[in-house]
Write a protein that binds this ligand. Structure first.
Ligand SMILES: [Zn+2]
Ligand SMILES: [Zn+2]
Length: 202
């Protein structure tokens, strides 16, 4: 075997051209992270929807889509179809049965199949996509508190618009109030003002 062989993902030198075991380990951890955070992602979509219903923003019909829930819902759908796609390839190539149609089952299945994936021609694509999904879910759902980017800050000081970004903060504890805050000017808005903000940033 060539001594110049490297891992196609991290470039580490090794004895074969397959994905190295460190990268396989990182891939497995990304899958388990998706599985662990999935419930929180679904919760963010659900709670956002509830909050918008409470402040009277319509979520159906000709109205604009919900601005808070939008990102989380889009990520949920994108992640689901990507993971299902990798499962389909795994099953078709090996002639094996798919796992149950839930994200934890799918992630567990792909974790178990990570060793087989090492040799697959699409492995770098699969690993990169899974890592990106895990990273984006974590960015929306950070520990202790869900945060959803809302858009450019609407605060104006004199004639100058704040250049900051507003974030919706959704505390894990449902009894704690949700609020929007700009990290630059630190202005906060409570949920009663969300519909107005939604109209201004949409
Ligand atoms: Zn590697
Ligand atoms: Zn601001």
């Amino acid at each position: 075997m060539s001594k110049q062989a490297t891992c196609p993902i991290c470039g580490a030198e090794q004895r074969d051209h397959l994905v190295c075991w460190l990268c396989v380990g990182r891939h497995r951890r990304a899958l388990s992270q998706i599985s662990d955070l999935w419930g929180h992602l679904i919760e963010a979509v659900r709670r956002d929807t509830n909050l918008n219903v409470r402040v009277g923003v319509k979520s159906v019909g000709s109205e604009k889509p919900l601005f808070f829930a939008e990102q989380a819902a889009r990520l949920r759908d994108e992640a689901q179809s990507a993971l299902v796609g990798w499962v389909r390839i795994t099953c078709e190539d090996q002639g094996i049965d798919p796992p149950a149609d839930t994200i934890p089952a799918i992630c567990g299945f792909l974790q178990a199949q990570a060793g087989w994936w090492r040799k697959h021609e699409a492995v770098t694509e699969c690993v990169a996509e899974v890592a990106s999904i895990a990273h984006r879910i974590e960015a929306i759902i950070n520990p202790g508190e869900g945060r959803v980017p809302v858009g450019r800050c609407i605060h104006v000081e004199g004639d100058v618009s704040c250049p900051g970004e507003m974030q919706a903060h959704l505390p894990r504890d449902e009894r704690a109030p949700a609020f929007i805050r700009c990290d630059t000017c630190t202005t906060e808005w409570d949920t009663t003002q969300w519909a107005r903000i939604g109209r201004m940033v949409s």
